[in-house]
Design a protein around this ligand. Structure first.
Ligand code: MG
Ligand code: MG
Length: 269
């Protein structure tokens, strides 16, 4: 069942998402060679709790940490470990926070030091694709329009779009209806309506779209062990148009990235 949210609920969802956005912004300054993902996870959990929120993922379906930490060929759902990050790695960090009963859920793939230009392009294209998807989250469109836009953009670069995992509604639970795939056909799927709140999260592989799961029962990685990128935003449909609840502003500030890609979808309540 899809829950359409009131303005008041959307404001609460924005506050929860903003805790996550600021957590990722804080981590942006900490991701460097030699740092372990367990250390980053601890910093994230501390930051979330200091902001009066709780880590949404800890204990969710039995997940042991505040953040999913998925380096290199890991797509999503990796565990934090004591393994130090290395120069040239990438690390996808997916983080969630619950504030006042509402959840935020956001992800970003960070470069660790200097990375290969081909990998940098995968990150850039995946990041750009999320806004192609968001632009389609307009009242009267359908969920398939979002995935179609992401798929078309990423496959245009020869990348693989992961099929097995997708975005989702978000509200009083982290994962709600509808499912929001990163592939699909235009004008198919659930209707996009005023008050819809969803997490859009392209998971894009440099090679094949095929993935497999490690024996830990969690970690998803690419079948060909080529790198994978993951970006995620929470958005609400307000006045018929998509509006960001999360932001990369804090990450951009920390990393010195100048972009106006969020401007068309800026928070406006
Ligand atoms: Mg997430
Ligand atoms: Mg999500």
């Amino acid at each position: 069942m899809i829950h359409l949210r009131s303005r008041e609920e959307i404001e609460k969802l924005h506050r929860a998402a903003d805790v996550v956005s600021r957590t990722l912004g804080m981590l942006a300054g900490e991701v460097k060679p030699g740092v372990s993902t367990r250390h980053l996870d601890r910093l994230a959990e501390e930051f979330i709790r200091d902001n009066g929120a709780t880590p949404s993922f800890k204990g969710l379906y039995g997940f042991p940490a505040a953040c999913c930490m998925s380096p290199g060929a890991q797509v999503v759902h990796g565990f934090p470990t004591d393994e130090p990050l290395k120069e040239g790695d990438i690390i996808s960090i997916d983080c969630g926070a619950c504030l006042d009963g509402y959840h935020g859920d956001q992800a970003f793939t960070f470069p660790v030091g200097e990375i290969d230009t081909r990998v940098a392009r995968l990150l850039k294209v995946t990041r750009e694709s999320i806004y192609k998807g968001i632009a389609k989250a307009v009242a009267g469109n359908r969920i398939g329009d979002i995935g179609h836009a992401i798929q078309r953009y990423c496959e245009g670069y020869g990348y693989g779009v992961v099929r097995e995992l997708c975005g989702h509604g978000i509200g009083k639970k982290v994962h709600e209806d509808p499912q929001v795939p990163n592939y699909g056909s235009p004008r198919r799927g659930e209707l996009i309506e005023e008050g819809l709140v969803i997490a859009i999260e392209p998971m894009i592989n440099m090679g094949t779209h095929r993935v497999r799961q490690l024996k830990d029962g969690w970690t998803i990685l690419t079948n060909d062990l080529k790198p994978s990128a993951h970006y995620e935003h929470d958005i609400a449909v307000v006045d018929g148009k998509p509006m960001l609840l999360s932001t990369y502003r804090y990450i951009n500030e920390a990393l010195g990235i100048e972009t106006d890609e969020e401007a068309p979808f800026a928070y406006r309540l």
